[in-house]
Write a protein that binds this ligand. Sequence first.
Ligand SMILES: Cc1cc2nc3c(=O)[nH]c(=O)nc-3n(C[C@H](O)[C@H](O)[C@H](O)COP(=O)(O)OP(=O)(O)OC[C@H]3O[C@@H](n4cnc5c(N)ncnc54)[C@H](O)[C@@H]3O)c2cc1C
Length: 408
Amino acid sequence: MNTAAPLDVDLALVGGGGAASLVLAALDRHGVRGLRVAVIDPVHRRGQDRTWAFWGHPGGDLDPLLAASWCQVEVATSAGRRVLDLAPLRYAMLRSGPVYDRAAEAERRLGVRRIVAPVDALHDDGGHVTVHAGGDGPAVRASWVLDSRPRPPRRPGRTNWLQHFRGWWLESGVPVFDPARAVLMDFRTPQPARGVSFGYVLPVSDRYALVEYTEFGPRPLTDAGYDAALAGYRDLLGLDPTRLRVREVENGVIPMTDGPFEARPSPRVVRLGTAGGATRPSTGFTFSAMHRQAEQIARALAAGRPPVPAPAYPPRHRWMDAVALRALDGGGVGGPDFFDRLFDRNPAERVLRFLDGATTPAEELAVMGSTRLLPMVVATGGDAVARLRDRLRPAGPPPRTGEPPEIR
Ligand SMILES: Cc1cc2nc3c(=O)[nH]c(=O)nc-3n(C[C@H](O)[C@H](O)[C@H](O)COP(=O)(O)OP(=O)(O)OC[C@H]3O[C@@H](n4cnc5c(N)ncnc54)[C@H](O)[C@@H]3O)c2cc1C
């Protein structure tokens, strides 16, 4: 047992992955100094363990770190290819290495205390949070905690899908990729019995690209299943395997669910990243919301306010996503058809802002109006009935009073 006096900090980042790295960089960028910060994570993240693709306006703080960006992307179905002009936005690719490096630089400048240990529990007494970490590290007492440890939603969703994928970084000795354009979604892949599949291509040069196979659906594939699907997609692209080298492999599983991720489980604990609801249920995109919230947190702390960001997405967007997921899961709406119609009937820029939760209600009506009406009406009805049923279900036991809440 560790009997040393606790380490007192103003801010503890519990989990030091994507969301926390963006917060550290934002604190540094906003010139926040004199704040006592600790990062507690059993792993000190470094190097390339993931690649983030996202869209946004050019000219932000991340621009110097980008591996590539594209003003045009393609969406392909068996019926044809659609080239989308994204202006004034652009699609961008960011590898994790530069983000973790940037966070490490920020840590040095901010004088952050790094504790390499897993956090088992948080005790919030309303005035401070005690962070219980395993190992020999000191106990930490923080005024605020930003907790990004991966966790499931508070209760299972009505639809519980996963976005699961494998990507190969492919290198060719001769030009085979078009670096001017990324493939956002290519639905020509064989579609699973339940769910949606697509491939995509993120070229860094005419000889080097990340080629991925992705499924939205209830269950991940086996190792062999991903390799076979990805090889099939490579062949569909007309790439000759004998002239390619797989330089790196990237795997991932991201929740796509309407289950609730609690963003504020207790007064002084704020959840961030996927654990805080930053993953958009209908697409799995997470990065832009994490980046937005990191900026809000840094601004708040720089102004002496509590580090509490706005919700990752407006509630009406979470509702629309719940309906869309239900329609896709029920099979009433086909995935390729759903996304193809969105891009066919709306300017690309509107669809992308919609997916970021940044559209007006009138624009949202236009976006939702471009999907097939009948299955969406059926899904909306089904969602309403399921919500009503949940409300009428007897509540669990009330929380005990008189004790500080413990958050695992
Ligand atoms: C391979 C991959 C590719 C992705 N690509 C994209 C993309 O292109 N676009 C996009 O928008 N989103 C993408 N995502 C989704 C999302 O952006 C990432 O998962 C992102 O890293 C989420 O950030 P996070 O901080 O929530 O989680 P993470 O980055 O996973 O960080 C969580 C941290 O918590 C730490 N931790 C775990 N247990 C404990 C504990 N007990 N105590 C303390 N710390 C703990 C972990 O070690 C980890 O460092 C991708 C995800 C993956 C896995």
